[in-house]
Write a protein that binds this ligand. Structure first.
Ligand SMILES: Nc1ncnc2c1ncn2[C@@H]1O[C@H](COP(=O)(O)OP(=O)(O)OP(=O)(O)O)[C@@H](O)[C@H]1O
Length: 258
């Protein structure tokens, strides 16, 4: 072994420690529809990666694989350094508890107040029983999203932006280390959308989470992204900062920034 190979190995290990999700050569088909062809991505601790891509390119399928909602056909998916498909059930459960999801369809329960919507994951997922501790968590998380006054309201009494905040609170209350967002600003007006994007950044700093965020909203991408990964036809074709990609000579990439 020469000096160079030692140096390479040392560098590689240092990078490994910082990577919370590593996806390599991930593939997923539905029948003849080859959706994910060769997905490669690294999410670093504390990082927000935005995934851009036209409709139907496989963005949601990618994060559903990460979330364990879909099983990839091939390739490697490591979360906190562990190969997900090799994990026994108990470790898989523990791993899932560190992942939070905010999906477009993640509607609140209409028949429950905001408080009840937030208590639900605590009793259901964390099996918490201490009422005082649960109430404290509900209040803390509502304060973080700026909605303390809505605690006794029903979702129907809230605006779209407020419902998104409650959705965020419901994800955060389980204290995930990684959050996967699928179009967090869809259906919001530009000003509310900006508020939600800024909130995502503040919450990431406060709770020290790492995130993958799918969005078509370029204003959101600009605010939240440390890095952007562009997906096309089942592969990532470019990654870089907003400013780097906005300058790309590749029309396929550049088109998103026009
Ligand atoms: N559960 C499923 N069963 C069969 N096909 C699926 C399933 N989920 C996704 N697909 C297909 O995979 C392809 C990619 O879908 P996906 O939802 O990942 O696209 P997307 O890039 O997120 O698009 P959009 O921006 O419109 O949300 C589509 O052709 C879709 O029909």
């Amino acid at each position: 072994m020469n000096d160079t190979s030692v140096e390479e190995k040392t560098t590689h290990t240092a990078v490994e420690d910082d990577v919370v999700i590593r996806i390599e050569h991930l593939k997923k088909s539905f029948g003849d529809n080859e959706v994910l062809k060769d997905i490669n991505l690294e999410l670093h601790k504390g990082e927000n990666i935005v995934v851009l891509g036209r409709s139907g390119q496989g963005k949601s399928v990618t994060i559903q694989c990460v979330a364990g909602l879909l099983e990839p056909d091939d390739g490697s998916l490591k979360v906190f350094g562990k190969e997900v498909k090799e994990l026994p059930e108990d470790e898989l459960k523990e791993l899932r508890s560190k992942l939070g999801f905010l999906f477009q369809s993640g509607a609140l329960y209409d028949s429950m107040t905001v408080r009840e919507n937030l208590l639900f994951p605590l009793t259901r997922v964390l099996k918490m029983k201490d009422d005082a501790e649960m109430e404290k968590r509900v209040k803390d998380v509502l304060e973080s999203v700026g909605l303390e006054e809505a605690i006794d309201k029903y979702p129907a009494d809230l605006s779209g932006g407020m419902r998104k905040r409650v959705g965020l609170a419901r994800t955060l209350i389980l204290r995930p280390e990684i959050i996967l967002y699928d179009e967090p600003t869809t259906g919001l007006d530009p000003i509310t959308s900006r508020e939600i994007s800024e909130l995502i950044v503040r919450l990431q700093e406060k709770y020290e989470t790492s995130s993958i965020i799918i969005t078509h909203d370029m204003a959101c991408a600009r605010i939240v992204a440390d890095r952007i990964a562009v997906m096309n036809d089942g592969e990532f074709i470019a990654t870089g900062t907003y400013d780097e990609l906005a300058k790309s000579p590749d029309e396929l990439i550049n088109n998103f920034f026009k």
